[in-house]
Design a binder for this molecule. Structure first.
Ligand code: HEC
Ligand code: HEC
Length: 444
């Protein structure tokens, strides 16, 4: 194949993704790193350093693990997990929930699963886009949060509008911009028609079968088992192993818990640390975005490898498929003006795996986040009094970053491999007998 032909094809692909680029769905990180392009092909990239962590379907060869142990056995650094009385954890529920989580047939057009936004090999979030993209390329307002250790959250979503994993499940399934299923009943009927699910539900929930509650309970059971502690930091700080981390981590933790003031919100206890306080705070990110402070006037957009144009943000705004409203955080839920720009404190466990950061994915790197806090957040009338100018030295900033990187759980690769061993609801392979136009009973 001639090089010219190849360039033409690549150019076509770039034209195809141009609306996504323009609508700011593809994050370029910084100017040298280019996150776009087909798969892992770096032909024509400015820098060849970038490697994607996502895998093609063919390469999704994982290894099943008995992950129930992460729920039943306490991990170093994490508190004991409280499991709801009415949803005791079992292997059957976890396995069923996992299958549902990765099954693309749970979306209206059989393309989108939970696992395609909460991508296992990308920290159960999505490293390549700032704000989530759902079915048919529909834009979402917010960044996908990690699901690692999600079970410890008292509140769910960036604005804390949901309280249990069991109930949370239905929102993405029914959301027009995520999986777009038309109704609860339609989803349940579809599951009944897919060969295999009736049996699995009956085994996991004897006498109950497929219904709104059992669906939520199964998916929640899988999410609940995505627990990951026992990091190098935990081995040192809670386990007393002096050699588990190097001096920079220890110095970084000093900054974190002292001069940096990070622990006031990203809490560390005596015997355990979730690195969040189950509260919401105003750090100014939401304010700055609402006021247009975060938006540069022009954005550099790549059309084809090595070919850039500067595009006026007005044009970018005009091609956004879905108008992005101002994100007022908790105010959206309570309509209390005091609650403007309050967002939930996220965990910092596994933080080096879950870029980009903040509810809107505004920061691509931990360096950017640290710079933001060092400068005292974005000033506004409701800024948390705990966010102040820090004046950290370069060494303090470096050590803080090194400390944050020590928070990766030691079972991450097992959780990823287990996830990758799960079928993805490929119509031809997973269930060859199940036709795309399964008869829902409509006459015409
Ligand atoms: C289109 C991408 C997308 C899909 C598909 C998706 N999610 Fe999410 N998920 C998100 C985004 C974005 C948020 C944050 C939304 C917000 O705060 O308003 C989120 C939030 C969550 C949260 C809350 C986490 C926290 O820390 O507050 C959970 C739990 C969750 N999703 C589970 C699921 C499950 C289960 C499915 C499948 C049934 C799913 N998601 C499908 C993008 C997605
Ligand atoms: C006043 C409470 C508060 C303090 C103090 C604080 N944070 Fe945060 N942190 C938050 C909140 C709230 C968010 C989420 C903000 C958002 O989504 O817009 C956050 C987000 C983050 C994130 C991104 C997490 C993610 O998954 O997107 C990192 C990293 C972080 N903080 C690190 C730090 C460090 C390091 C310090 C100390 C220098 C610190 N924080 C101090 C409340 C705080």
């Amino acid at each position: 194949m001639s090089e010219q032909f190849f360039r033409k094809q690549t150019f076509k692909i770039y034209l195809l993704i141009l609306p996504l680029v323009l609508s700011n769905q593809i994050s370029f990180g910084n100017d040298e790193v280019n996150y776009s392009g087909p798969g892992d092909d770096k032909n024509g990239y400015d820098s060849r350093d970038y490697t994607t962590n996502s895998l093609s379907l063919e390469d999704r060869k994982g290894k099943k693990a008995d992950i129930i142990k992460y729920v039943t056995i306490k991990q170093l650094g994490l508190p004991e997990l409280k499991i709801p009385q009415n949803n005791k954890i079992t292997r059957e529920k976890i396995e069923l929930g996992k299958k549902l989580f990765f099954d693309r047939r749970l979306s209206l057009n059989n393309t989108m699963s939970c696992g395609m936004c909460h991508v296992p090999e990308q920290g159960f979030t999505n490293n390549e886009i700032k704000t989530a993209v759902g079915i048919e390329g529909r834009s979402n307002l917010r960044n996908t949060p990690t699901l690692l250790n999600v079970a410890f959250n008292k509140f769910l979503f960036h604005d804390a509008r949901e309280f249990s994993l069991e109930n949370q499940v239905w929102q993405p399934v029914l959301a027009h911009s995520e999986m777009a299923m038309p109704s609860f009943g339609f989803t349940i009927k579809k599951l009944e028609l897919i060969p295999g699910y009736k049996k699995l539900f009956n085994e996991a929930f004897p006498g109950e079968g497929i219904n709104m509650e059992t669906f939520g309970k199964a998916v929640a059971s899988y999410e609940r088992s995505l627990i990951s502690g026992n990091s190098d930091f935990d081995k040192w700080y809670f386990g007393g192993n002096k050699n588990a981390v190097d001096e920079n981590v220890k110095k970084g933790f000093e900054v974190f818990s002292g001069k940096g003031g990070c622990v006031s919100c990203h809490t560390v206890g005596k015997n355990e640390a979730l690195f969040f306080d189950n509260k919401l705070h105003n750090t100014g990110i939401g304010y700055a975005e609402s006021m247009g402070i975060l938006k540069k006037i022009k954005t550099k957009v790549q059309l084809a490898p090595g070919e850039y144009v500067e595009v006026d943000n007005k044009i970018i705004k005009s091609v956004n498929q879905q108008k992005k409203n101002n994100d007022l955080g908790l105010y959206t839920i309570t309509e209390n003006p005091e609650h403007r720009w309050l967002f939930k404190t996220p965990t910092l466990r596994n933080i080096s795996l879950t870029a980009p950061y903040m509810h809107n994915g505004i920061f691509s790197t931990l360096d950017d986040v640290i710079k933001f806090y060092d400068e005292g957040g974005f000033k506004n009338e409701l800024l948390s009094p705990m966010i102040k100018k820090l004046d950290l030295t370069q060494e303090e900033k470096n050590n803080l970053k090194i400390f944050l990187k020590s928070l990766v759980g030691d079972n991450i690769n097992i959780l990823i491999a287990d996830a990758l061993s799960t079928p993805v609801g490929d119509l031809t392979k997973d269930d060859p007998n199940w036709a795309n136009d399964t008869d829902m009973g409509y006459d015409n």
